[in-house]
Design a protein around this ligand. Sequence first.
Ligand code: COA
Ligand code: AMP
Length: 637
Amino acid sequence: MSEYHETYEAWRRDPEGFWADQAKEISWDKEWDTVLDTSTYPNGQWFAGAMCNTAYNCLDRHVDGGRGDQPALIYDSPVTGSSKTYTYAELRDEVATLAAVLEDMGLSAGDRAIIYMPMIPEAAMAMLACARIGVIHSVVFGGFAAHELATRIDDAKPKAILLASCGIEPGRVVAYKPLVDEAIAQAGHKPDRCLVLQREMEQAEMTARDLDWAACIDTARTSLRKADCVSVKATDPLYILYTSGTTGQPKGVVRDNGGHMVALNWSMKAVYGVDAGDVFWAASDVGWVVGHSYIVYGPLLAGCTTVLYEGKPVGTPDAGAFWRMISDYDVRVLFTAPTAFRAIKQQDPDGDLVGKYDLSAFKMLFLAGERADPPTVQWAEDRLGVPVIDHWWQTETGWAIAANPAGLGLLPVKHGSPTVPMPGYDVHVLDDAGHEVASGETGSIAVKLPLPPGCLPTLWENDARFREAYLDEFPGYYKTADAGFRDEDGYLFIMARTDDIINVAGHRLSTGGMEEVLAAHKDVAECAVIGVADDLKGQLPLGFVVLKAGADRAADEIERECVALVRHEIGPVAAFKTVVVVKRLPKTRSGKILRGTMSKICDNEEWKMPATIDDPAILDEITAAVTERGYASGRNQ
Ligand code: COA
Ligand code: AMP
């Protein structure tokens, strides 16, 4: 039996004992009364009764334990030409000072703060400063527009917003402050204060509500103000992270303190095979779950050195950027999305730039965020000569549901599979009636309750939506909304979403949310948005609109307005660039739009005429319209 199988069986025999053992690696202010309390949430709450502080475990614990001089965070920013390293002692002091500023702003445990910042050290410090004083943070990705930010402000009701004056995208500076101001103007809830970090590339205009970050830090430093760690319940929320649901209303995924620390700390060694002192780099963004778990919390809990990279895999300055980083900082493990490797492969197909750098410290590449397509995995294996490990998880789970656990001895890699379930996850593949399907057969992937530590206990102030979205369809299970199969060796294959979520460059987006925006255009009567395959980003959204009777302006003018509207309402991250005006949308006799068939037509996959279609001729019209736009037409069987 492999170490993985032994570990998985040990967990199965005694799930609570297994996690109680892992919890010994964490410092608790008070031990738990119950390892798993099932009396409150349907999904249970881990380490109920325990008291702890996540920032203490990420920073102070290591300083007290003798790691004060070890690098904790390396910031490297090719877009500004700067870099800086913070030791554990330095990062702890920065965080304690910023936490004092937050206290002076009137924030205390249980309050919420929204963080809208680019990939700069202060973003991680802001998260940790909130954690230090029990403030619940909610980081919003910089590529989201004001309206998305407003939705999150109204849901989380933050007392303060922490922001930087700008982010830097290749070729343009994105001013963040006007977006925040517009979001606050749109939102019903108004935060008391904004703490604004002025970056030299863009000075934000300040209002009476705004405080200058640098000035506040200076004042706190001069008066030697530092905030102590506040002991919170293990079950208290550490953060809320909004993720796309099936409508324009994002889901506020709640992460607790105690279970989250236990799971992430375990995963660093068992899944990623790293120890304290190793350099771990997740090339993602703090706005996504990967950034929360593996840029900030996971590596710091484990005493690693984490890397925060303000740049892209290509163009900053070239497709050798990742190799330069690995070589400069002796990165042991890199974690990124397959799309980053597709971008590198596109620009440097033979991997010539790899040879320019010393990658001797580099031991493993982890991929997640979207399906790792076998050609990309093969390319990375050939060029890098290290194991390339696909693993599968979601914002909701916070860490890997399935992986090939490097710390437990790698299992043979099968391209296209994120390998096997991790301890904590009892994964089942179910048919529509909730019965297990045979191996090799595709079904809905569900995890038997309870979920392990680290996974969401609920959605922010919305238990009803939590149940409805995740628990109701398969009683006793958590519905992942992913479809796939398990092969005879027990390897999982994750093939598609079962809802309207699409995955664009590793970013999770709701086509339903985009449809809501299009439907608000004054000339649009009806619309549909589908995901179509894209060589670089995996998927791209494609919109279809039917105009209202009497809308007599040129179709291309309305199409341009629709594209601009989605960019304005959702943000550039939606990568919504194409919309097609059509006369009618294909529907079933009961009025359901046949989005799946439309996707197949656009992707040149074989498709069957749906038996319930209202008017088959509409599919010919759709085929003609998308063929004209360069999408491949499908072949009717
Ligand atoms: N603030 C403002 N705008 C942002 C932004 C941010 N933080 N992040 C992205 N954007 C903008 C981009 O500039 C782009 O705008 P454009 O339409 O004007 O070109 C748009 O949002 C889409 O961004 P993205 O999807 O990142 O595409 P890209 O073409 O800029 O880059 C990749 C493509 C593959 C290089 C890029 O997606 C990447 O590096 N991915 C790495 C994987 C990753 O981060 N995954 C996250 C989950 S692990
Ligand atoms: P997010 O919540 O943004 O992390 O997106 C989670 C979704 O991304 C999952 O539900 C999957 O649809 C997809 N995903 C993430 N990792 C993988 C993977 N390794 N293989 C296939 N799909 C993945």
